[in-house]
Write a protein that binds this ligand. Structure first.
Ligand SMILES: CC(C)(COP(=O)(O)OP(=O)(O)OC[C@H]1O[C@@H](n2cnc3c(N)ncnc32)[C@H](O)[C@@H]1OP(=O)(O)O)[C@@H](O)C(=O)NCCC(=O)NCCS
Length: 179
C-alpha cells in the first residue's frame, strides 16, 4: 500500500529527503523541542538530512515509520511509529508540529492517520505513547485519537528548563489496542 493518508486538511505520507529544509526549520525551535529527547541544538539542515536518511533505512528494515505531516500543502511536522519492542506488534507513536500551526487539530488528525496505518497496513496489535506530565497537549492528542491512559512513571524524564535549570518530570503512558 502507498502510505498516503488524509483526514480533513491533514495528510501524512512517508518522509522524504526533500522535506529536510522544512523539517530543519521546524525543529530548530526550543518551543517545539523542549519536551523531545535527543534533538540536537541548533538543528541544522544536515541534522534533518541525517535523520531522514536513517528513517528511510528504518522504513526499509521495518523498524520504524516516519511520516511527514502536510496541512494545506505545507509541511508542518512529522509523526512516527517506532518498534522499540523488538519485533513485538506494539509500536510507539510520537509527533511534533511547527509552532505556528499549534492548536488547529493537526496532531490529532495525524495521530489518527498513523494509528490507521499501523493497525490496517502494518497489522499492529497495539500502539502506545507517552507525554511529559507538563505537556498536556500531547496527552490530549492521544486521548482524542482514542488512546487510554495506562500509567504514570514518576520522575522518569530529565529536562532542562528554559532558564537552564534541570528538572525531573513525570511521564504519562497511553495505549490503544487493535480489537
Ligand atoms: C503536542 C503537539 C504535537 C500538539 O499539536 P497540535 O497540532 O497543536 O495539537 P491539536 O491541535 O491536535 O490539539 C490537541 C489538544 O491539545 C490542546 N492543547 C493545545 N495546546 C495546549 C497547551 N499548551 N496546553 C494544554 N492543552 C493544549 C488542544 O486544545 C487540543 O485539545 P482540545 O481539542 O480538547 O482543545 C504540539 O504542541 C507540539 O509539537 N509540541 C512539541 C513537541 C511534543 O511535545 N510532541 C509530543 C511528544 S510525543
Amino acid at each position: 500500500m502507498k502510505p498516503k493518508l488524509k483526514l480533513g486538511k491533514v495528510e501524512i505520507r512517508k518522509s522524504r529527503m526533500s522535506d529536510a529544509t522544512a523539517i530543519s526549520k521546524i525543529l530548530d525551535d526550543d518551543r517545539v523541542v523542549n519536551n523531545l529527547t535527543d534533538i540536537p541544538s541548533p538543528y541544522t539542515l544536515r541534522c534533518a538530512k541525517k535523520d531522514i536518511e536513517n528513517s528511510l533505512k528504518y522504513w526499509k528494515q521495518k523498524k520504524g515509520y516516519a511520516f511527514t505531516i502536510i496541512y494545506d500543502s505545507v509541511v508542518v511536522g512529522q509523526v512516527f511509529l517506532e518498534d522499540p519492542a523488538r519485533g513485538m506488534k506494539a509500536y510507539s507513536i510520537g509527533y511534533y508540529i511547527a509552532y505556528d500551526y499549534w492548536g488547529r487539530g493537526i496532531a490529532t488528525n495525524a495521530a489518527k492517520l498513523a494509528v490507521k496505518y499501523g493497525f490496517n497496513s502494518l497489522g499492529l496489535k497495539k500502539i502506545w505513547g507517552d507525554n511529559d506530565s507538563d505537556m498536556s497537549a500531547s496527552g490530549r492528542v492521544m486521548e482524542k485519537a482514542g488512546f487510554k491512559q495506562e500509567g504514570l512513571m514518576k520522575k522518569q524524564v530529565y529536562r532542562k528548563t528554559s532558564k537552564g535549570k534541570e528538572k525531573y518530570v513525570d511521564l504519562v503512558i497511553w495505549g490503544k489496542i487493535n480489537r
